[in-house]
Design a protein around this ligand. Structure first.
Ligand SMILES: [Zn+2]
Length: 88
């Protein structure tokens, strides 16, 4: 998901119940160690798209990858107006 300040939801909008309320740090879950590398490549592509103004960024859409089934999908995410991080 592309996170552009003031233009869409942030991680806290999606994972509010997983946030440490004192520090706003997302508690890490265990994952297969190769997955972050795959997701990082996708995020680099998203960053280049935003910087070059090409294509449509994943604004308000969470990119999901299931390594076990090798399936990719996107899920719509709405901005939470009461979000403690990006809400107004
Ligand atoms: Zn937010």
């Amino acid at each position: 998901m592309a996170i552009l300040p003031g233009q869409g939801p942030c991680l806290a909008c999606m994972y509010r119940d997983m946030l440490d309320q004192d520090t706003y740090v997302l508690r890490a879950n265990r994952c297969l160690r190769v997955v972050p590398g795959i997701i990082a490549a996708v995020e680099v592509a998203e960053t280049v798209k935003v910087l070059l103004g090409i294509g449509g960024p994943l604004l308000g859409r969470l990119f999901s990858y299931n390594v076990c089934s090798m399936q990719f999908c996107t899920v719509h995410v709405s901005r939470d107006s009461s979000c403690p991080v990006c809400g107004t």
